[in-house]
Write a protein that binds this ligand. Sequence first.
Ligand SMILES: Cc1cc2nc3c(=O)[nH]c(=O)nc-3n(C[C@H](O)[C@H](O)[C@H](O)COP(=O)(O)OP(=O)(O)OC[C@H]3O[C@@H](n4cnc5c(N)ncnc54)[C@H](O)[C@@H]3O)c2cc1C
Length: 379
Amino acid sequence: MHETAEVAIIGGGVIGLTIARALALRGVRDVLVIERGSLGTESSFAAAGMLAPQAEANRPHEFFQLTCQSRDLYPALAAALLAETGIDIELETTGTLYLAFTEHDAAELDRRYQWQSEAGLALAKLSGDEARLLEPAVGAEVRAALRFPLDSQVENRRLLSALAVANEQLGVRLDTGTEVASLRVERGRVTGLETSRGFIASGRVVIAAGAWSSLLNAGDIALPNLRIKPVRGQMLCFAAYPRLCSHVIYSPRGYLVPRRDGRLLAGSTSEQAGFEKRVTAAGVHAILSAALEISPRVGALPMIDSWAGLRPRAGDTLPVLGPCAEIEGVFYATGHFRNGILLAPVTGEIIAAAIVDGRFPTRLEIFSPDRFRLLAVTG
Ligand SMILES: Cc1cc2nc3c(=O)[nH]c(=O)nc-3n(C[C@H](O)[C@H](O)[C@H](O)COP(=O)(O)OP(=O)(O)OC[C@H]3O[C@@H](n4cnc5c(N)ncnc54)[C@H](O)[C@@H]3O)c2cc1C
């Protein structure tokens, strides 16, 4: 006898956990999350929790629409998780400030302001003085700023705890300390997973294994070559009592994220360092320089923590979402790169709808795993 699951999800990060909850809420009875370590301890734990689609968007691409859609699902998700689990995920809606310190920064901000205001999006242009009036800790050299009132943040570690508890209450099985080695595929259809504690039979499998998604195989059968690579991000954490600022504050070189409990996060780096999750001297230096430029007051704060995580980036940097055409029953939810916390709610909805209703809207095809097959064919 071997174990079975109606849907087996590989990976217990924010993506796997959000999909599991969305499936259980749609009435799928036998959902299994398989996590080789502990739940939510990889990239999802390392993140800053910013929900800021507008702050960095340079054009109205389909990806931008997806990120805004997901951000707008957060208030309902936060309320539902509070009701289901009693855990407040600390959705902060103060807004995000994006600062310009150089002529080049100011030109970038102008372009962003131009297209977003023409598109009717909520944002305001501020002078340097206005930015400092709003956030007095901002450095005197600031030349201009944009304020995005709808871009927000969550405490991603509390989000992970809430998702784990919600899933448990919904009857989702959370199998930690179990590693998936490969998918078993017979006659073009997935039939289950070979794991470190034996075979698990399942006709529906979701690959949500973050930066490790491309390491999975299906024996002799080729999976789509998504070229998911880890992109290391380092983070520093300071104690700021009273709080240094109330907005999430970006510059083109870094960001500061104030938490409710007085922690102040400063990030981050983007490095190709394989699967090494180290905090390095060069990383600390780069983050500190950006943080001190945003606010020289950071220099007086005690540094209380530092960490690194691995963002999952696909070959073309877009997320990989939806059913796999080559192998029936396999669904992808990976490659969320810099936006996995932001994109979690919409990913949960998209994948649950694809599995339960067999629906995958045409507008989402640019995120489909099949795009890599087309690339392979056309060279
Ligand atoms: C420093 C930093 C800052 C970031 N800031 C933000 C931010 O502000 N906003 C935002 O939206 N995003 C941010 N991100 C990105 C975000 O963290 C990721 O996009 C997101 O966490 C990806 O979630 P995931 O569930 O796919 O991956 P993960 O959280 O990495 O989870 C994948 C899980 O799969 C498990 N796994 C892998 N292989 C196997 C296997 N074979 N068998 C069983 N289990 C397996 C892993 O152990 C892991 O727990 C940041 C990332 C970093 C590193």
